[in-house]
Ligand binder design. Sequence first.
Ligand code: C2E
Ligand code: MG
Ligand code: MG
Ligand code: MG
Length: 286
Amino acid sequence: EAKRLGRNRVERYSDHLKTRNLIIKRTGDAILKSLADDDFTAYYQPQFDAHTLEINGVEALARWMHPERGIQPPAAFLDIAENLNVVAQIDARVLDHALLQLSRWRAADLGIERVSVNISAQRLFDENLISRLEQLDLIPGSVSFELLESISFDDTSHAVAASIERLRKLGIAIEIDDFGTGYASILSLLKLSPSRLKIDRELVGPVVDNPAQRRLIASIVDIARTFGIGIVAEGVETMEHVAILRDLGCHTLQGYALARPMDAQSLIEFAKQHRVKQDEMLLMRA
Ligand code: C2E
Ligand code: MG
Ligand code: MG
Ligand code: MG
């Protein structure tokens, strides 16, 4: 009896694997088709100056316009895209969308002067990317690349440093994403001379209830300041977080408390309204 049950379990497990593999295969095919159909786009999440609450930049976040399921976040496709080796292609689409939007924001005089894009480690060495960027004549400081701390800087540190140096010559700023949750040593991160560290939301979340966590953020801010690096706090979910993180010295805040990621048109509306609100606040103070 035990044997029979065991065999059933094994069969059920292999059924489960088959279904899983089928889903992965189907999703992979759909991703490839969507790349061909240009169905990847970006949402934009504003970032705010912690003191004035003005928008001081925007992060572009990949979205898949799935033909049946609608807008999908990276969790729905990034791993599978990684296995298919097409993350670089998705990054490229997001960058194109982001650069186009940046020129629209500038033309509309919205006060949004910077866009950050997430870049997979493999893309850092992409000759096509770098030579295309070289032809673009970017305004220095208007584009940042967010690198995940989990990319292994140590194995490839020389090659990474050389690529980053070329990007920096083009006026592209480097930011370390999800800081505090990756495996890289602080030393290897500082060697990249990032412009900003983005403190991961896992570290940011607990600051409200936990004094030790507040001291941790304060120490990170302190280290960053010593090296002339800016701090962005991610996952700022309540107005209480806003006040605490500002008082801890974070320059820039990003999170649901202030704005969610939104499509390009909604961002323009949001930025206009935000400006009106800010002007009203200034008038009230005067
Ligand atoms: P990330 O770069 O750390 O981006 C922040 C993520 O946190 C976004 O999720 C954003 O929607 C979410 N978020 C923002 N504010 C809050 C908040 O207050 N609370 C909570 N709980 N979440 C918040 P999203 O858009 O699902 O992206 C997930 C991750 O996928 C990104 O994390 C980034 O690592 C990756 N990713 C996104 N776009 C791209 C891309 O174009 N290329 C590559 N290679 N990776 C991307
Ligand atoms: Mg990011
Ligand atoms: Mg992050
Ligand atoms: Mg993240």
